[in-house]
Every structure is written in structure tokens, then in C-alpha cells.
Design a protein around this ligand. Structure first.
Ligand SMILES: Nc1ncnc2c1ncn2[C@@H]1O[C@H](COP(=O)(O)OP(=O)(O)OP(=O)(O)O)[C@@H](O)[C@H]1O
Ligand SMILES: [Mg+2]
Length: 249
């Protein structure tokens, strides 16, 4: 028997935007099934550009991306978008239906799944993010943190191979931040999480990858990377005042 393909395999990925600005210069990244990995790096490092390659929103540079062994290319886009659930930084980019339930049903309905299966997936995904009672509410009546959790549910209902979150803790109050961490910890799914919130990375992701200048500059246990002040300073990563990663259990 051959080993299962990794959830995500990025090889030598380079990309320049149409205006000529090159954002990625040969990125290699392998994420195994069930891993939770934080993607760290300063503003402009290329994190979002990398994320946008994972489901083929951006394509056409050098190198390759594969999701559970399936190459991300024009032919496979539909299946790739089912396998890669991207939660964007702004939940309002993701929620556009009159009710929460319809938003979470949108993807599975587009797959042509039978209606009872759609309803079961919606109920399960909303329960997973602790929003079980909100199916009939309009998304714009929810708080920001609740909308972010619904945005997570809209991708969970697709049963993704990998969940990709761009800055999931931004704009959440401390309780909302903690509640989302509990949701993410409870999910049996591969996670790639872009974040500037280093304690969040330490709490949720045993492994971190640092991207800077469009290349991977470090890849290792989150605790070790965060305990390396030279590495952090070189890549404009800063721990919150008083936070010592060595004393976190
Ligand atoms: N549409 C675009 N056209 C041209 N250049 C772009 C475009 N989007 C991003 N860039 C450039 O590509 C580089 C990487 O940007 P990207 O948004 O991937 O960084 P990031 O790591 O996500 O940063 P942040 O932490 O601020 O979100 C930056 O230099 C940025 O200016
Ligand atoms: Mg970004």
C-alpha cells in the first residue's frame, strides 16, 4: 500500500501579479493529513498570495500545487474548490444569502447533493461552530465573531480536505477569539492558518512556517520558532508584551 498523498503539496511556486510585482519566489510546503500548521510572516510576505493559489483563484506562475494528490489546474478546479475550504479575512466576502442556513447550504446545493443530505450537512456544520440556533437569521444581524463562525461553517459543509483560514482571530474580542480556537481545536480536519497572532499559532498549531519576501524562511515546531528572538526580529514577528512561549503549557 502506498502512503496517502499529503493534504497539501506546494512545489517551487513562484508568482508575479499582472503589474509585474513578484510576490512568490519558489515556495515549497508539504502539509500532511490532520496537521495544523500556522503560516506566519510580516505584511507583504506573500501569505495571502499563497493562499489564493491553493484553490486556483491565482494560477499561471511557475511550480505546482496539489491537494490530496490532485493537481490544482483548470481541469480540476471544481473538485479542488470542494477540497480546499478557504475562510477569508472578511466574513462579509463569504456571506451573501438572506439567511445563515442558505449560506451554509450554498456549496453543497451547488454540488447537486440531495436535499436531505444538504440539510444534514447544514445542521452538522452549524453545530460544529456553535451556531446551531442561527440557521434562519440573516447574516447581517449577527456579530462579527458570529459571522466569522458562520463563514467557517460555509466551508465545513463541503467536507473539505483542508481548511485554510486567513487571519481568523483578527477583529474578534477575547471571548470570540477563544471560542473560535475551541471550534478549530475540535475539528478533525487539516488546517493551514495565516496569522499575525503568535499566541494563537502556539495554541492551535504544533508547526509553523514563516514566509518572508515570497520564500519560506523557517519551518518547525511553533514553540521553537517563537523562542528564537533572532528569527522573530529578522522577520518582523513580535510576541505580545510579557508573553513567553517557554512558559505556556
Ligand atoms: N493584486 C495585486 N497586484 C500587485 N501586487 C500585489 C497584489 N496583491 C498583493 N500584491 C503584492 O504582493 C506582495 C504580497 O502580498 P500579500 O497580500 O500576499 O502579502 P501578505 O503576506 O498576505 O501580507 P499581510 O500580512 O499584509 O496580509 C506584496 O508586496 C503586495 O504588495
Ligand atoms: Mg494577507
Amino acid at each position: 500500500m502506498t502512503a496517502p498523498a499529503p493534504s497539501l503539496l506546494v512545489e517551487d511556486l513562484a508568482f508575479a501579479y499582472p503589474d509585474g510585482h513578484q510576490a512568490l519566489f519558489g515556495v515549497d510546503l508539504r502539509v500532511e493529513r490532520g496537521e495544523r500548521v500556522a503560516l506566519l510572516g510580516p505584511n507583504g510576505a506573500g501569505k495571502t498570495t499563497l493562499v489564493l493559489h491553493l484553490n486556483g483563484i491565482l494560477r499561471g506562475g511557475r511550480g505546482s500545487v496539489a491537494v490530496a494528490g490532485l493537481p490544482v489546474d483548470q481541469r480540476n478546479l471544481q473538485e479542488v474548490r470542494r477540497r480546499v475550504g478557504i475562510v477569508f479575512q472578511d466574513p462579509d466576502d463569504q456571506l451573501f444569502m438572506p439567511t445563515v442556513g442558505e449560506d451554509v447550504a450554498f456549496g453543497p446545493r451547488n454540488l447537486g447533493l440531495p436535499e436531505p443530505e444538504v440539510r444534514a450537512r447544514v445542521a452538522a456544520a452549524l453545530a460544529q461552530v456553535g451556531m446551531g440556533g442561527a440557521a434562519d437569521r440573516p447574516p447581517h444581524h449577527l456579530s462579527f465573531g458570529q459571522r466569522r463562525r458562520v463563514a467557517v461553517a460555509t466551508v465545513l459543509s463541503m467536507h473539505p480536505e483542508i481548511l485554510v483560514l486567513d487571519e481568523p482571530s483578527s477583529n474578534l474580542d477575547p471571548a470570540g477569539r477563544r471560542e473560535l480556537a475551541e471550534v478549530l481545536e475540535s475539528l478533525p480536519v487539516t488546517v493551514l492558518m495565516v496569522t499575525h497572532d503568535l499566541p494563537y499559532a502556539l495554541q492551535l498549531c504544533p508547526r509553523s512556517v514563516v514566509l518572508d519576501g515570497g520564500v519560506v524562511v523557517a519551518d518547525g515546531p511553533t514553540r521553537e520558532l517563537l523562542a528564537d528572538p533572532v528569527l522573530l526580529a529578522r522577520h518582523r514577528l513580535e510576541l505580545p508584551y510579557g508573553f513567553d512561549p517557554r512558559t505556556v503549557p
